[in-house]
Design a protein around this ligand. Sequence first.
Ligand code: DP6
Length: 336
Amino acid sequence: MPGDHLGTSAVAHPNIALIKYWGKRDELLKLPVADSLSMTLDLFPTTTTVRLAPGGVADNVTLDGVAAEGERRQRVVAFLDLVREMAGRVEPATVVTRNSVPTGAGLASSASGFAALAVAAAGAYGLDLDPTALSRLARRGSGSAARSIFGGFAIWYAGQGTGTAADLASYAEPVDVPGFDPALVIAVVNAGPKAVSSGAAMRRTVETSPLYRAWAESSRADLADMRVALRRGDLDAVGAIAERNALGMHATMLAARPAVRYLSPATVTVLDSVLSLRAAGIAAYATMDAGPNVKVLCHRADRERVAETLRAAVPDCSVFTARRGPGARLSAGADR
Ligand code: DP6
């Protein structure tokens, strides 16, 4: 129940971008350079409870049973400050978050995390926000979280310019493709935390990579092609566009100075097996985020075959099979 003594809880799922968000034009407002488009998953939910602590001195943040400190805590506190400012409130809060995906493994726990926090914190502080406003709010925590407010496929608009008008124009909305229900087979080749955060890596890429502008430009064209492919429910086209967009994003990072390289030998092994699946007539297409893990888009009927092929290629990897999942919503608690 919003605002009761047990707090307000929300659940959200990660999303995987088929057209990537890579690069901000405004760091504070988290305004991206280009539009992006994703699929929200049915796996790895994050559940977050926000309980107001009137009379408390500071926010108390617990992530997966451990008191958050340093930058991780500060990110949550800054987000709560924004919510308090919007609500005209001052009370600190206790935040308890449970992830079901390894944090920092390139599986977008910041997307599900800040989407869940946006819904729970808005409820706890009595802000009545529609999904568009929740998406804008989630964006301020982590850009990709703007898309996890919605289930299925979602497009996040970059908007234009700077300041308040730009803030209002940058939010996600659902892309309605009722008949399109592919599988996303996820090969976790390394679940450890990443050496460079996605925020730092994208900043370095924008500032130093000579390939960045060209990719951002081609990403706009990819997005237009992707919308057509989705509307047609054409998995081969969706997959091919997603794969080229992701490889291009990684190319921009490899050209950054110094280079950012998330892809490992095991990543390349998985990419080779995706090529061999295609050579065998299976529609399978890869995408990678800020980490070495590979997500393979395929028809649901092929998901076992794809999962077995990836397991055989990298025997010590963990394989999960996702499909499109729900948007962020209020829920029963994280800690009860
Ligand atoms: C590679 O949303 O984690 O997953 O806005 O700095 O929090 P911040 O970045 P974040 O970046 C995600 C980048 C990506 C691509 C994507 O999800 O579109």
